[in-house]
Design a protein around this ligand. Structure first.
Ligand SMILES: C[S@@+](CC[C@H](N)C(=O)[O-])C[C@H]1O[C@@H](n2cnc3c(N)ncnc32)[C@H](O)[C@@H]1O
Length: 350
């Protein structure tokens, strides 16, 4: 059975990424499952989940959603996201009770992949754009596939602190400390003329339900991430972005260039969800659009995904038309931490 291995690996990941609470809950879910407890009932049918389906995070997100909705106060007292204090023994007991009493609601939510719109990832986008506009001094039209709630389409409205310098919007409620290292970026004014995203399951960050969905998928003891998300929701309320319900292939097919602007296609941690066929279709479409690009209407693709030629690590990569070839700008971890700029480098290889 693949399920228990997946929960155990997720526990190790949560521990190493700073969520001891979720690590503990996942380990206890495994123990409970092996003893034939409620976790086996709730996870029935998911014995062999497909790779990448992160079933443990779906379950934890579903329960966190109930906590945030104020429906399980007996568990909420252990959730730091709502000012509770985590206790591994009493917290697990309350969690187990909720699995028992709310199993139908939790199971209903297991069908949905987590909706993690991680604001820290915007450091890669913002830093990548700064490097782009040094070469291509034009206003940016920003397009994102797998945009989720579109929070990162507002990247220029966040503040980034790196090497004692401050970048972005000085008065932003979103402050990304230690945004990057490796090389110093030139603070440059970014003009974003358009912000459009696509997602197969977009979340409306302006609705209470959307905000709760996004919050439910942040690990409940990662207070800094929660604060950053709440601040980004404030920014989203005053900076509009158009996020459509559309799949990546169809969205990219509709992209056009615009004289006097650099058209940027950006994506972060969504490539893994596309089929091989869809990935090839997106790549082909972007390459075709690139053939039409010229100095007056350039095109750029900025990706924060497993490296094209180094899939075992997350890279920030930039490709610009006309010109260019793909360049690795930096290395990064999947929630946007530990971004180290290493630009410039040889095409596609660094
Ligand atoms: C892990 S989230 C990342 C969201 C955002 N890019 C970020 O970095 O915070 C992946 C997103 O990709 C979306 N997605 C998955 N398959 C997609 C597809 N075929 N077309 C468009 N979006 C897709 C999901 O709905 C989800 O919002």
């Amino acid at each position: 059975m693949l399920l228990l291995g997946s929960l155990q690996r997720q526990a190790v990941r949560c521990e190493s990424l700073g969520s001891p609470m979720y690590a503990e809950l996942l380990r206890r879910l495994v123990d409970n499952y092996e003893l034939g407890g409620v976790s086996a009932d709730v996870l029935a049918g998911y014995e062999n989940p497909p790779p990448g389906s992160v079933i443990g995070l779906r379950l934890l997100g579903a329960v966190h959603g109930l906590v945030l909705a104020g429906e399980v106060p007996e568990l909420a007292v252990f959730y730091p996201s709502v000012d509770g204090v985590w206790d591994p023994v009493l917290g697990w007991e309350a969690f187990e009770q909720v699995l028992q009493s709310r199993s139908a609601e939790v199971r209903a939510l297991l069908t949905q992949p987590p909706q993690t719109n991680e604001v820290r990832r915007s450091a890669a986008l913002y830093g990548g754009l700064l490097q782009l506009v040094q070469e291509v001094q034009l206003p940016v039209r920003l397009f994102e596939i797998g945009a989720s709630a579109g929070l990162n389409l507002r990247a220029d409205h966040f503040r980034y602190v790196a090497d004692g310098e401050s970048y972005g919007a000085a008065d932003s409620p979103v402050v990304i400390e230690d945004a990057w290292s490796g090389r110093k970026l030139e603070p440059t004014e970014l003009r974003i003329a358009e912000r459009v995203g696509a997602d197969i399951a977009p979340v409306n960050p302006l609705s209470a339900e959307g905000a709760r969905t996004l919050t439910s998928y942040v690990w409940a003891d990662m207070v800094e991430r929660l604060e950053r998300l709440r601040a980004a929701l404030e920014v989203a309320a005053r900076v509009p972005a158009d996020v459509r319900r559309e799949d990546a292939v169809s969205f990219v097919r509709g992209l056009e260039l615009s004289p006097g602007h650099v058209t940027v296609l950006w994506h972060s941690i969504m490539w893994q969800y596309l089929t091989d066929e869809d990935r090839a279709a997106v790549d082909a479409q972007v390459a075709e659009l690139g053939e039409w690009a010229d100095e007056t209407a350039p095109l750029a693709r900025l990706r924060f995904e497993p490296g094209v030629e180094a899939p075992s690590e997350f890279l920030v990569e930039l490709e610009v038309w006309p010109g260019g070839g793909r360049r690795v700008l930096g290395r990064i971890a999947d929630h946007g931490q530990d971004l180290v700029w290493s630009f410039p480098s040889a095409s596609g290889n660094d």
